[in-house]
Design a protein around this ligand. Sequence first.
Ligand code: FAD
Length: 315
Amino acid sequence: MAKVLVFIDNPGQALKKASLELLTMARSLGEPAVAFNGDLHNDVAETLAAYGAQAVYRPSVADLDDYLVGPKASYLAAAVQTAGATVVLTENSAEAKEVAARLGIKLGAGVITDVVAVDPDGTAHKSVLAGSYLTAAKATTPVAVLTVKANSLTPEPAVTGTAPASVTVDVPAGATTAAARITARSEKAASGRPDLAEARIVVAGGRGVDGNFGPVEELADALGAAIGASRAATDAGWIGHDAQIGQTGKTVSPQLYISAGISGAIQQKAGMQTAKVIVAVNKDAESPIFEIADFGIVGDLFQVLPQATAEIKKR
Ligand code: FAD
């Protein structure tokens, strides 16, 4: 049975939903193990077991996060060899893709990015051209490295879970001494809102908000939602780039996506078209966003959103 190594880079306290999705996908390919970087406290260890991890490979050094991605790729290459893994699954974030690329070079492995599904024989389905098409690809190398888009599948715990073996992997000497060290980080103020990539409800604003995200924020807070944005809004500096949804932003797949003042360009749709219910507010009845909306409201967001917020607050 193929050994599948899931890279979980987990600086936070709880495991992200995306990590559970990777473990679920790993079980469909073979025997899952985890290369874990972070605080492996009891809750995390129990969750890894519940999702079928057979072994957890941890780095011999505790400060991998103090460096740029090079040492993580060195650790992962060593973990792949220790585990005898033939498939590596990672997230699809910019950093994870960089680690994947370096890992591919170290192992001579084929790297496939933007994966949304994988067949039991290792054939990966990846979205291309802003999600317009799916292509199938299979690495022809002994090891395949796949970066998987968040929200591509529903995480399912394993039928049975046993405590995984814990194995320390020696990070090769010199991997950290030669690497650039991070000397300062800018801390983002906590918003109290859910994480955008994992939120059940997202309210997103675009160029139509014209610099004023107030109505979007008020509706989001009334619904307990995360805030997203089009690239037009993030490029204008009205909201941070980490709120950008789309081809070059985040992929979200919430139960409810409310789009306000966004035209629905193909690059925006790439990040949100798998939402279960899409509600669009746009003052232009011909806007392409209405082609994929389940409910459309032709109107001014500065009138529609406050009305919706007021109604929700009454309940
Ligand atoms: P616009 O297209 O200008 O639309 C604004 C909409 O707001 C209009 O439909 C208008 O009718 C409506 N409106 C205006 N005022 C109001 C009002 N008061 N009430 C209600 N409606 C109103 N875009 C992304 O979003 N995400 C990406 O990741 C992304 N990646 C890209 C990658 C590449 C390589 C390229 C080339 C482009 C990318 N883009 C991306 C940009 C994308 O092509 C669009 O330019 C962008 O999505 C437009 O944003 P918008 O819909 O907010 O603005």
